[in-house]
Design a protein around this ligand. Structure first.
Ligand code: HEC
Length: 468
């Protein structure tokens, strides 16, 4: 039982460490006179119960409840929130009474939640969201190798992008020289991915307990074209719609979002999970979306409305990264307790025996501390999985035979990506090292820290190729 406990906690501990900020964000002691915090107390209630119908992309009743500014803006019957005046705030009258009008068709808010909203308005409805950090002009200086949260190759084989701390490092995929540092990326990057046409790099993350961030960078000139803040917690797990116009993502606020790649606006938003949404993947040519959460469920959603169609899995583990297997309607997820799992992304046959797991296809290598990342080769024949304590293996999806084990990792791997030809696999993680292996031999081609560590301020960075 002890061992099982250790296994269960391994991955959770890693994430708790990674997201220490999120874990620590709790309200002050109840009943003490500290003012109600919008970002920590009010926003999570609205996000959970209201914003699925009241965000800029879908403002029912002309009401957008996603920011303090929009809460103060007049709707059809006045502003939802009038500072200092609970009696005049439509937001409150809508959620009070024996049969509250809002949330429409949902379970009424608890008396405590209504009291929090009431007190916040009475105290002046202040916005305590910390201001966005200014755009840096100098690259960060690292005292130790940074955690590398994500990695991706562009489909045309020209670029490799790696997430650092508050920046993204871009390499020429042939010479492996670093050609760019994209400054002003989210402080914590959870995921990054090139668009299907290779012209845009999407970067996702944020500041735990403060804000979620989606950015798009045009590869030509490496200009940032989108910086969008959504919600008040980290955004996690991203997938480009096959037509390249939008991006789906999950988040620590238990919300699945679809955001425009043109301007970052939220096109759809749904609170369909009861815990962090760690991964998403489009299926059925972008008509449907699969989302996976720490609540152990893999859910099939309608691609436009994000309405829940079905829960795909029956047994399972906390769901980490989710990926579609190329050329199929199958999705895999990294299981937080033991291994990666593969499922058919269909709605479950309704006649199925409830004791079975009819969409389950197979699972892959067992990792003592849980699986932390996965990636399919472009032809969908191989799956690479990473796990804790530290390791990466590549297996055949059909049959599950081992292709190769990649040695040398000394810390948990969060980023895994095959290049477009399936000839190279990049790995990155806690160690701060970017490794590239040849496939299927598993020969180590590159192994290095992608930034200068301990560089004296003002000192040159000799290794940086200043390509333009
Ligand atoms: C399932 C969708 C849905 C959810 C969830 C929802 N609303 Fe609404 N809301 C609506 C619709 C639709 C309207 C337009 C008026 C109507 O049809 O009742 C509306 C209108 C409103 C209005 C404007 C009322 C007016 O008279 O102008 C407010 C304020 C409001 N909602 C607050 C909330 C709050 C607060 C929550 C969460 C506790 C919430 N809503 C959750 C659908 C929703």
């Amino acid at each position: 039982m002890k061992a099982r406990d250790g296994t269960r906690r391994g991955w959770a501990r890693v994430w708790a460490g990674m997201l220490a900020g999120a874990a620590c964000v709790v309200a002050g002691p109840a009943g003490i006179a500290a003012p109600v915090s919008y970002v920590r107390e009010v926003a999570p209630i609205l996000q959970r119960h209201c914003n699925g119908c009241h965000h800029p992309g879908k403002a029912k009743g002309d009401v957008d409840l996603t920011s303090v500014a929009s809460l103060r803006r007049a709707g059809r019957h006045g502003a939802p929130v009038v500072e200092g005046k609970p009696g005049e705030s439509v937001l409150l009258s809508e959620v009070q009474g024996a049969e509250p009008a809002m949330p429409k068709d949902g379970k009424p808010l608890s008396a405590e939640q209504v009291a929090v909203l009431e007190r916040w308005i009475r105290e002046g409805a202040a916005d305590d969201t910390p201001p966005s950090p200014p755009m840096p002009t100098e690259p960060p200086v690292y005292a130790s190798p940074p955690v590398l949260g994500a990695v991706d190759w562009s489909g045309d084989g020209r670029w490799l992008a790696v997430a650092g701390r508050g920046e993204v490092l871009v390499f020429d995929a042939r010479s492996m020289l670093r050609v760019r540092r994209l400054l002003g990326a989210p402080r914590k990057v959870d995921a990054l991915r090139f668009s299907p046409d290779g012209a845009t790099l999407a970067v996702l993350g944020g500041e735990p307990g403060v804000r979620g961030i989606l950015q798009c960078w045009k590869v030509e000139g490496w200009r940032r074209t989108v910086h969008a803040e959504a919600g008040h917690d980290l955004l996690m797990g991203l997938d480009w719609h096959p037509d390249g116009t939008r991006i789906a993502c999950g988040g620590a606020d238990r919300t699945v979002r679809v955001m425009s790649a043109r301007d970052g606006s939220v096109m759809a938003s749904a609170g369909v999970h009861s815990d962090w949404v760690r991964g998403v993947a489009w299926v059925d040519d972008g008509r449907r979306l699969v989302s996976g959460g720490r609540d152990r469920s893999l859910r099939l959603l309608e691609g436009v409305t994000l309405g829940l169609l079905d829960v795909i899995n029956r047994e399972g583990e906390p769901v980490g990264m989710v990926a579609r297997r190329p050329g199929s309607e199958q999705v895999a997820f990294a299981g937080g307790e033991s291994r990666a799992w593969l499922y058919q992304a269909f709605a479950r046959p309704s006649a199925a025996d409830p004791g079975q797991d009819p969409n389950h296809v197979r699972e892959f290598d067992v990792w003592q501390g849980g699986s932390t990342a996965l990636a399919f080769s472009p032809d969908g024949q191989w799956i690479a999985t990473a796990g804790a304590p530290a390791g990466v293996t590549v297996q055949k999806v059909e049959g599950g035979g081992r292709v190769v084990s990649l040695p040398g990792h000394e810390g948990v791997v969060f980023g895994l990506a095959f290049d477009a030809q399936g000839k190279r696999l990049a790995t990155a993680g806690i160690e701060g090292r970017l490794r590239i292996f040849s496939m299927p031999q598993g020969t180590l081609l590159t192994n290095g820290v992608p930034v200068e560590v301990g560089t004296v301020a003002g000192g040159g960075s000799a290794k940086e190729a200043r390509g333009r």
